[in-house]
Design a protein around this ligand. Structure first.
Ligand code: CTP
Length: 437
């Protein structure tokens, strides 16, 4: 779905439509009222062969607005990607704040597909704190932004604000389409947030986890086509759209919910900061201040380790590790001790990243690999983690060279672990190649 809002670059949206059609993408177009001041809807209907959506309402006679025959919810479901080009400061502000007063802004709220915007405006409007703030909100929400270029602007000024080239925008759309369905058919169970262990009717032992990383993972998995079950400790975050949210409070409740639902999942991601200890006894009455107070704590069950023990064939299990020191050693120890397929190791000692922050940096650790994921917004990191999980599940073929002398035994062992794609490649001097998955 190409959305065209009102700017001088609106005519370039026709080139974007053509560029997408060259990539065999079917395009529908929706125009805002001000876009129609720049380009006629007829241009786009001629290019696409579809009616161009120009309004939520259609005039059926004097003073009698009727709902347009085109339903925005149906269109939102039809679209695999929504790309807005040009995106004016006004439409960016509406998207950022959830204002739905025309077809395009309503469609933005109704779609669960990836959204890309290609801003175009005067340089001062682009640099304004309001526009930059709105862009940051959208970026955090996972909206793809194809940055404008710098040069002569239609208003006569020179600077940033020229819409990116249609080919560049089309490439961003095609890449979003490519990843759109890579989790289709998967059921992803995500745990998020911290748990709370009651001390008395008003107090608890908890931690600073906000749930942001887990919620970002749930949202990313959902937008890539998975069915998502999100099991969350107390969190002030909005439930991500179209995910099944199960709210829990204590580690034991989280354990119960995870074990009850894990059989449905093809992928389990345990991002929750689960309490390791709970008070041995919970006071029925509010504890009174009375000098030194000693608490007796009992360990909770390790849910991740239990999930690994009960896993079904083919189920992938990914844990998190929150570390303040010896990150890699501790992460690797957790990977081995808990038996997960991978551990996302976070450094939670740093300022401005990790627990309760919008940013994070991590290492995706498996038994064989360690991939550094540098500091970025959690929503973006969520997609990178899912990319690594998919790579882990579908490893690229690798070439293994074997000495002839060890060939037979080694090949037998190898074949048990790996699917041998091709073993008929002698490479000379007593060596052979196996291509294995
Ligand atoms: N975890 C769990 N159940 C617990 C504690 C932790 O399932 N009772 C999971 C977390 O969700 C996370 C992983 O185990 O995926 C590692 O959590 P972390 O707090 O880093 O490690 P712990 O196992 O608690 O070890 P420690 O606190 O000693 O570092």
């Amino acid at each position: 779905m190409v959305g065209v809002s009102g700017g001088i670059a609106a005519y370039k949206a026709a080139e974007l439509v053509r560029a997408l059609q060259r990539q065999a993408v079917e395009v529908h177009v929706v125009m805002t009222a001000s876009a129609q001041k720049f380009v006629q809807p007829l241009t786009f209907s001629a290019l696409t062969g579809h009616t161009v959506i120009t309004s939520l309402w259609e005039e059926w006679g004097p003073g009698a607005p009727e709902q347009n025959g085109i339903d925005h919810i149906a269109e939102a479901q039809w679209a695999d990607v929504l790309v807005v080009a040009p995106a004016t400061a006004n439409i960016l502000a509406k998207f950022a704040h959830g204002i739905a007063d025309d077809f395009l802004s309503t469609l933005y709220l109704a779609t669960t597909s990836p959204v890309i915007v290609a801003p175009a405006m005067n340089v001062n409007m682009w640099n304004h704190a309001a526009t930059q703030g709105n862009l940051e909100t959208l970026r955090q929400r996972g909206v793809g932004i194809v940055e404008p270029g710098t040069g002569d602007l239609a208003c006569g000024m020179v600077g940033a604000g020229r819409m990116a080239e249609p080919e560049t925008i089309a490439a961003a759309v095609v890449s979003a389409l490519g990843r759109r369905h890579d989790l289709a058919g998967e059921v992803v169970l995500v745990t998020a947030g911290g748990t709370r262990e009651a001390l008395d009717p008003v107090r608890f032992i908890g931690n600073r986890s906000s749930g942001k990383m887990g919620y970002a993972l749930a949202e990313a998995a959902r937008s890539r086509g998975a069915r998502v079950i999100l099991i969350s400790g107390p969190s002030s975050l909005q439930a991500p759209a179209h995910c099944e949210l199960v709210r829990v409070t204590t580690a034991e409740q989280m354990r119960g919910s995870v074990l009850a639902r894990m059989d449905e999942a093809t992928l389990v991601i345990k991002a929750a900061a689960v309490a390791d200890y709970r008070p041995l006894a919970v006071s029925a009455q509010k504890l009174k201040r009375a000098g030194l107070l000693r608490l007796e704590l009992a360990p909770t069950e390790d849910i991740l380790a239990e999930v690994v023990r009960r896993r079904k064939a083919g189920q992938l299990i990914v844990g998190f590790a929150a570390e303040t020191e010896n990150r890699m050693e501790n992460g690797r120890a957790k990977l081995l001790a808990k038996g997960a397929d991978a551990i996302v190791v976070n450094d939670v000692a740093g300022d401005g990243i990790g627990i309760d922050s919008d940013m994070n940096a991590a290492t995706f650790l498996t038994r064989a690999t360690a991939v550094e994921l540098p500091q970025m917004p959690k929503r973006q990191l969520a997609d990178r983690i899912l990319d690594e999980i998919l790579t882990f599940r579908r490893p690229r073929p690798v070439v293994v060279e074997l000495d002839e002398a060890r060939d037979v035994e080694a090949r037998q062992k190898q074949a048990i672990q790996d699917r041998v794609l091709d073993e008929s490649l002698p490479v000379g001097a007593g060596r052979r190649q196996l291509i294995v998955e």
